[in-house]
Design a protein around this ligand. Structure first.
Ligand SMILES: C[S@@+](CC[C@H](N)C(=O)[O-])C[C@H]1O[C@@H](n2cnc3c(N)ncnc32)[C@H](O)[C@@H]1O
Length: 267
């Protein structure tokens, strides 16, 4: 199923790596992942989330604050029962591992452009094929997946359509308009109204929205570490002023978590 990111030929296994017929060879890292991001496809030396963001997200997620989100995501994935699936923009793998647990019979892949993220993620579920790769040029063949997951992540919709088998779908999880509202009110004088339908305008021909639902709950942020990590793992960590960020970290508060799940099918 893996394809060469340079010439799109099929990749076959060789000693500790993969190679295509044209001789493009990619080694498996010591940690177990494959690096399928050629230097010429990088637009910076270390693309994607950096180590500090990845660590903050990892601590926060491992703290269990978003566990209900992962549980529902895994239930929705299990209901689709795909033979092969791919998590696009998997980050440090918290949600990916929950999907893998829910789909023990399926063949799972996960990719992220951040090596720091994949290096950590691949330890969470060693049965998956973990890839450092770009979502703009996914090294998997056409129509190879019955399910794609996209969790709090950007997405290349044309690539998503190419990768999906007919009848398969994209399981997208992202913020709905009240998500972290109380946090945003503390950080900004004017809170931007968030359009949680905007991504639907990007659905390409040949795909259609088949199901949507929202999960809401109140989260008590009692620990300063959790508040600091939540800031560091979102764009608010650098967008808001230092004074406002410090004020958020200083005192406990309750915040709304409101997440939207969409199932977008390939016709
Ligand atoms: C907000 S994080 C979400 C990570 C993970 N899904 C989660 O929810 O914990 C977005 C991820 O997208 C990755 N990313 C950004 N641009 C990418 C690209 N062009 N190709 C692959 N991954 C990309 C980042 O490195 C980052 O890990």
């Amino acid at each position: 199923m893996l394809t060469c990111p340079i010439c799109q030929g099929a990749l076959g296994a060789v000693d500790n790596g993969v190679v295509c017929a044209a001789g493009h060879r990619f080694d498996r890292a010591r940690q177990g992942y494959l690096n399928l991001l050629p230097v010429q496809h990088k637009n910076s030396r270390d693309p994607g989330d950096n180590a500090a963001m990845v660590e903050a997200r990892r601590r926060f997620l491992d703290g269990g604050h978003y566990a209900p989100l992962a549980t529902r995501l895994a239930e929705l994935a299990a209901a689709r029962n795909p033979a092969r699936w791919l998590d696009i923009g998997c980050g440090e793998g918290y949600y990916t591992a929950r999907i893998a647990e829910a789909l023990p019979q399926a063949q799972g892949y996960a990719l992220d452009i951040s090596r720091e993220a994949v290096k950590r993620a691949c330890k969470r579920a060693t049965q998956l094929e973990w890839l450092v790769a770009s979502m703009a040029r996914v090294p998997l063949s056409d129509s190879s997946c019955q399910l794609l997951a996209s969790v709090f992540s950007p997405l290349d919709w044309q690539e998503a359509r190419r990768l999906l088998a007919p009848g398969g779908g994209l399981l997208r999880m992202g913020p709905s308009r009240e998500h972290l509202l109380e946090l945003r009110q503390k950080l900004y004088d004017q809170v931007r109204d968030y359009d949680d339908q905007k991504h639907l305008e990007l659905i390409p021909d040949g795909m259609r929205l088949a199901h949507s639902e929202t999960l809401r709950f109140a989260l008590q942020l009692d620990s300063a570490e959790a508040r600091a990590d939540l800031l560091a793992m979102t764009p608010h960590g650098w967008r808001a002023s230092v004074e406002r960020r410090n004020a958020v970290i200083a005192a406990p508060f309750e915040v709304t978590v409101a997440i939207r799940y969409d199932w977008i099918e390939k016709l």
